[in-house]
Design a protein around this ligand. Sequence first.
Ligand code: BGC
Length: 427
Amino acid sequence: MRLKLKDDLLLGVASSATQIEGGDENNNWARFAAEGKIRDGTSPLRANDHYNRFCEDIDLMAEMGITIYRFGIEWSRIEPERGCFNEEALAHYREEITYMLEKGIRPMMTIHHFTNPLWFEDMGAFESKESVDCYMAFVKKVIEAFGDLVADYITINEPNVYATQSLFFGEWPPEKRSLSSLLKAFSNLTACHIAAYNYIHKARREKGYTDTAVGFADHLRVFVPKDPRNLWHRTAAFLTDWLFQGAITDAMMTGRCRLPVMRHKSVKKGRYYDFIGINYYARSSVSGIGDGVAEDAFKNDLGWELYPQGLIELSDKLYAKYKAPVYVTENGTCDNSDAFRSRFLYDQLEQICNTDNPITRYYHWSFTDNFEWREGETPRFGLVHIDYDTQARTVKDSGKLYASIIRHRGVTQEAYDTYVVPQKYHK
Ligand code: BGC
């Protein structure tokens, strides 16, 4: 065996509703696409047609030996108008979850993954004072409908990315560039997570369940100074780390709110996580407040630095502070022709297996290629290739490697020679 998995490490895959389901016109991303805002002109209305093909996708997961799956539900399907819940959509997701369970796959449900129903978006989404009530009404419905089937929950995916992209950098709907909007959203998102954490525990405990696990998926980057001798670059790396991720992470995990996160009146200090959920993709090399990529770094097809060690640096830091099992709730890379994903997978898993840090779950992003937000269908992150015209699914070489790793509980020498050795990173 070239690389043996740790005994307690589970390997799975992740996805989100809007990025794969297709067919829902009632959300802010479908509208954004209809306004012509997606770079390659595509729309989440097409995506992977997973809403109709979930059995085929889950069958394929089971064939690949996958036993844990992080998936999303579409709020706008479940609550198309404020306070009106759609029984058909609820029944659909129950059927999908039941199918996963029948196939031996443990579901982890993401309650909010970037997309809002139009009614919520148009009332100001997480900027609005009413957002916590709206989000919690949805959470209550979700737990009432699925609480008996699902034990693992992600309350909110990447609050920092959602808030900065939508409200500060103006990249995502509603394309705002406003510091005050960002601050309101940080504060409300924190309150939403904490209220959901408390509620899900209470509701499931009352029904006698003792296996509830709730957290959020925290998008973390490693920030380093472009020139380590330059005092301003060092300061910028430190400040970006704090403003983009440090403060919001601590607020969501513990209720301790420090600028730029202002305390919502409902938030009290406590422990609001059962695991440390990390979404990790890249290292940023900065010379000012913001993002940047080192010139000589190995890069993926979106120009993000490939730096597998970064996951360990971040999880070590968070584990030392928060002491809970670490779940890698997303990790993967954009590799449009599957030319280096197998090497990346190997390098990333090697890092995970060579650390003492208790990383016990790894959800690869993503199971299939999917709709990559503003970039559309062009960037490919999947272990399984999607032909968007025919909706044919084809397992890529990286998917075959992943299946082999799961089956053998490690990377065999043969798999290493076949899939990893021929691949190289590029700059
Ligand atoms: C998001 C995913 C996205 C992935 C790759 C994460 O920030 O949660 O929705 O597809 O990164 O960009």
